[in-house]
Design a protein around this ligand. Structure first.
Ligand SMILES: [Zn+2]
Ligand SMILES: [Zn+2]
Length: 178
């Protein structure tokens, strides 16, 4: 979990003096949400800026870009899927707060943080995972797995008559006069 250490930004100076703080880095191997893992091809790169907007409020904006490996919906092959996500959030500094927490007050949404070292991984993960397509195909004409024996029909011809299972053929037999 070494990447956890680099996906953060130190805001000590920003909290003291105002202005803007910037950071960039990479996330290795995968993003995780609970038990679910979203593997990466190579590393995802990110950069963020945090600007003082008055009082205890700060504006976080950033982007994360990488190639997710998603399973082809027909043959399950890991399929490289490029993702480039942008995000913006309002932050509020509440000294002493131990964990990042989300707040909603009417129209206002913000994240409260209490440590100058702000963990960016939750923001990067949310932005990246939200941007993933619902399903992917490894290629336009992917033939998928054989429903009889499970073979990858892009690579082997297992000889099973998959066409015989086509629902329209069954329909034809029901209506022979057509
Ligand atoms: Zn496929
Ligand atoms: Zn087969």
């Amino acid at each position: 979990m070494a990447y956890r250490e680099v996906a953060s930004i130190n805001l000590a100076r920003l909290l003291r003096e105002g202005g803007t703080a910037r950071a960039s880095g990479v996330v290795l191997e995968a993003f995780s949400v609970g038990q679910e893992r979203f593997p990466l091809e190579g590393e995802a790169s990110w950069r963020v800026a945090v600007s003082s907007v008055g009082g205890e409020e700060y504006w976080l904006s950033g982007e994360v870009e990488g190639v997710a490996l998603m399973e082809c919906r027909r043959c399950l092959k890991p399929t490289p899927t490029r993702v480039h996500a942008h995000f913006q959030h309002l932050l509020r500094y509440q000294p002493g707060l131990e964990e990042l927490s989300f707040h909603e007050e009417g129209e206002d949404e913000y994240y409260a943080f209490g440590e100058p070292d702000l963990d960016l991984l939750p923001f990067l993960t949310e932005a990246f995972v939200t941007e993933l397509p619902y399903t992917v195909l490894c290629e336009e004409g992917c033939k998928g797995l054989c429903p009889v024996c499970g073979a990858d029909r892009n690579r082997v011809d297992c000889g099973h008559e998959v066409e015989a299972h086509h629902p329209l053929l069954g329909l034809k037999n029901l209506l022979p006069e057509l």
